[in-house]
Structure formats: structure tokens, C-alpha cells
Design a protein around this ligand. Structure first.
Ligand code: XIL
Length: 392
């Protein structure tokens, strides 16, 4: 590597690889070039020191914030060490599966006439017993719909089915729920609709007003819960994310202009390790635009996909931590942000093991705690971001 006093190792590597690639002389394939380029993102000198022994829950509370995570019923039920770690680190619990319409196991909606609250009730009791806040995810989504849905629900009965679901499910926990993801992932700009709505069964059966109906019924059913519109793909300086941020803002403006009781935006924040198209100024502006509508903001499903990162876990963990700290530094600067939840707490249980597995077969490492429940640099990154956040 040419030694140049004005060019850091990382810059030199990026310049070097970029030059070689453009000259077409780079002997390695594109994926190896990308891997080298991503490895250049790693800064072995970056400091991730977190001061003190406080848990993430305590660090969040000290700033008037809430930190928590999603958890699966089977994991909490059977894994006492994970449950203890959860209670120590988290101030809010959201069922990863139990309040969706249908996830194999103990589905909430096994058939059109039945509600099975086994999971959701057990999780609600776990939260109460451990003085945790409880949040619901999600009343209306195009995924996790029951097998019976498509043959049972039609344009004549769809509104009645939707209203009954919300009244029954939100009604059961009325007054006990911190917040509900009332509608999840309703925007899809690639569908090229003028309103940028995703072509879901709900849209096809009820038209765009299904969103307003969901929020109005949820508000009538549980006036105490914070009612959230939740979505993903809002993080990066890419044409797709920029278009989605614009579309989500327009949706929120439309809902607010009609008096629809949406009270917060949930930003899933499934970050992409190695993604360099991150523009903190544009992202901060987006948070400000949401807050200027009088809405609160929750970071609802934070994790970092490491599938494109090098196998070396020290390098991977540093890049994941840097992604988290850089993102949260922007997010938590916005006073309207009230909570940060990761989508899982430990690498022991993460949806990314299936949804974003690594081609080299290595276990993914997207979350604050490793599979042995030891804090990783990702934990330090979240701790540091909470410690640096302005007090609410
Ligand atoms: C995911 C779960 O984590 C998986 O276990 C399940 O198989 C699919 O759904 N955005 C969301 C969450 O809003 O509900 C999704 O959860 C992850 C993406």
C-alpha cells in the first residue's frame, strides 16, 4: 500500500481499488472487489467505549427514552437466560409473532371465527410481571395473513372482518398497550400508484380508506395507545429510499389532513452493513419533517444485515456497530423520537438468520448481544448513542 502522509489507509485502499477496477486490471471478481471495499470501511481505531455499567434500558430512561426489543414467545418461554437478559436490558416488549394475524405455531387467528391469545396474553403477563411496557405489532399488514383469508374475505365482508379484528385484539389490551403498529408497510413506490400505496389485499378489497378505517377503529377501541404507521426502507441516500421517504410523508400529511388519528411514525430501520450511501443531513431533515407534523417517532425494528460484510467477526462487529451509532446519532437528535427497539436482542434469535443469511454459512451478528448473551460492539454503539442523546 503506497505510504502517503495525506491519505489514510482506508482512503488509499478505496482509491487504489477504485483505480485498479476502473483500469480493468483488477484480477479479482466484483464480489471480491466489493468485499475489499467494504473491509476498507472498517476503522480499527474507532472508539466504541461505553462508560459505566448501566443497561440499555437505564441509559435510555436517563434521557427520557425507551429501549426495548422484539421477542418470540417460544424463546422467552423456554430460555430463562435470554428472558433475564431481556428484563435487564429492555424497558418495552413487542411480540415478534404473537400479535400478527397468523404465524405458524400458536396463531392469533387460526380460523375466521377464532382468536387464540395464548402467545399475546403470555407476553402481556411477562411484560406486566417484569414492569415492561408492551407494544402491539401489527393490526393491519399484507404479510402473515391466515391461510383462510383469501377464500373467506371478500369486498362485501372485508370491512367487517377488519373492524372485528381490531376491536377484538386492540380491545383485549385496551389501556395496557404503549403503542400499536396499526398499519404496517402500506407504501410501495415501485407499484407506481399515484398515492404510492402497496397493492395489498386490504387495498384491493377496501380501497385506500382501509388505512383511515384502521386508525379510527383503533383509536375508538384503545384511546390510550399511541397509534403508529410503521414502514421500512427510509434510511439511505438512494433513489428508492428517497422516494419512499417522500411517499411516507405524503401519506402522513393526507391522513392528518383528514383528521385520521395517526399519532406516530414507526421507522423499522433494518440497516444494511456496508451500505455507504448514508446522508445524515437528508435523514435528519426527514425526521424533522415528520416531527413538524406533530407526530412522534419510534425506531421499531433496528438491526444490521451483515451478509455483505467480511467473515472476520471483529471487522463485521465494528462495521455493524458503526452503522448503528451513525444512524442513531441522527435519529436520537430529533426530540420527537421517543423509543428505540431492536428486532430481537441477541444473535441467538434473529429473523435475519433466515431472511438475510450469509453465503459463507457464518452465523449472522445483527443485534446488541451475541448468541451467548454477551454484549457486542453493537451494544456499545447503542449505549453510546443513548448516552449522547439530548434529554427529552
Ligand atoms: C418478520 C419476523 O421477524 C419473521 O420471523 C417472520 O417470518 C416474518 O416477519 N418487518 C416487519 C416485521 O414489520 O413484522 C417482520 O418480522 C420483519 C420486517
Amino acid at each position: 500500500m503506497p505510504k502517503h502522509p495525506l491519505v489514510s489507509r482506508r482512503r488509499a485502499l478505496l482509491l487504489g481499488l477504485g483505480t485498479l477496477a476502473s483500469m480493468g486490471t483488477l484480477g479479482m471478481g466484483r464480489s471480491k472487489y466489493l468485499s475489499y471495499q467494504i473491509e476498507a470501511l472498517d476503522d480499527p481505531k474507532r472508539d466504541f467505549t461505553a462508560v459505566g455499567e448501566a443497561s440499555l434500558k437505564e441509559r435510555a430512561a436517563a434521557k427520557g427514552l425507551i429501549y426495548g426489543a422484539a421477542m418470540r414467545y417460544p424463546a422467552l418461554l423456554s430460555d430463562a437466560k435470554l428472558a433475564n437478559c431481556f428484563v435487564r436490558e429492555c424497558g418495552i416488549l413487542v411480540p415478534e409473532w404473537g400479535l400478527k394475524w397468523y404465524v405458524p405455531g400458536v396463531p392469533l387467528r387460526p380460523n375466521p371465527d377464532k382468536f387464540d391469545f395464548t402467545e399475546a396474553d403470555w407476553m402481556a403477563q411477562f411484560a406486566k410481571t417484569n414492569s415492561l411496557l408492551y407494544r402491539g405489532h401489527t393490526l393491519v399488514w399484507h404479510e402473515s395473513l391466515p391461510p383462510w383469508f383469501k377464500d373467506t374475505v371478500n369486498s362485501q365482508n372485508a370491512e367487517q372482518v377488519l373492524v372485528k379484528h381490531i376491536k377484538t385484539v386492540a380491545g383485549r389490551y385496551a389501556g395496557k398497550m404503549h403503542s400499536w403498529d396499526v398499519v404496517n408497510e402500506a407504501i410501495a413506490t415501485y407499484e407506481k400508484r399515484q398515492d404510492n400505496l402497496r397493492k395489498t389485499p386490504w387495498l384491493e378489497l377496501l380501497g385506500p380508506n382501509y388505512i383511515d378505517t384502521a386508525f379510527r377503529v383503533a383509536a375508538e377501541t384503545d384511546p390510550k395507545a399511541l397509534l403508529v404507521y410503521n414502514d421500512f426502507g427510509l434510511e439511505y441516500d438512494t433513489p428508492e429510499d428517497e422516494a419512499k421517504r417522500t411517499a411516507v410523508l405524503k401519506l402522513l400529511e393526507r391522513l392528518k389532513s383528514k383528521g385520521t388519528p395517526v399519532q406516530a411514525l414507526g421507522i423499522q430501520a433494518h440497516l444494511l452493513g456496508g451500505e455507504t450511501r448514508f446522508n445524515s443531513k437528508k435523514l435528519r431533515e426527514f425526521f424533522s419533517n415528520v416531527a413538524s407534523m406533530g407526530l412522534k417517532i419510534l425506531i421499531t425494528e433496528l438491526d444490521v444485515t451483515d451478509k455483505n460484510l467480511p467473515k472476520n467477526t471483529a471487522v463485521r462487529d465494528r462495521i455493524v456497530a458503526a452503522s448503528l451509532e451513525d444512524y442513531l446519532a441522527v435519529a436520537l437528535d430529533e426530540p420527537a423520537v421517543i423509543a428505540v427497539l431492536t428486532w430481537g436482542l441477541s444473535d441467538r434469535v434473529t429473523w435475519l438468520s433466515d431472511f438475510q443469511s450469509r453465503s459463507d454459512g457464518a452465523a449472522v451478528r445483527p443485534l446488541p448481544m451475541d448468541a451467548d448473551l454477551k454484549p457486542k460492539l453493537a451494544w456499545n454503539a447503542i449505549a453510546r448513542a443513548l448516552d449522547s442523546a439530548p434529554k427529552r
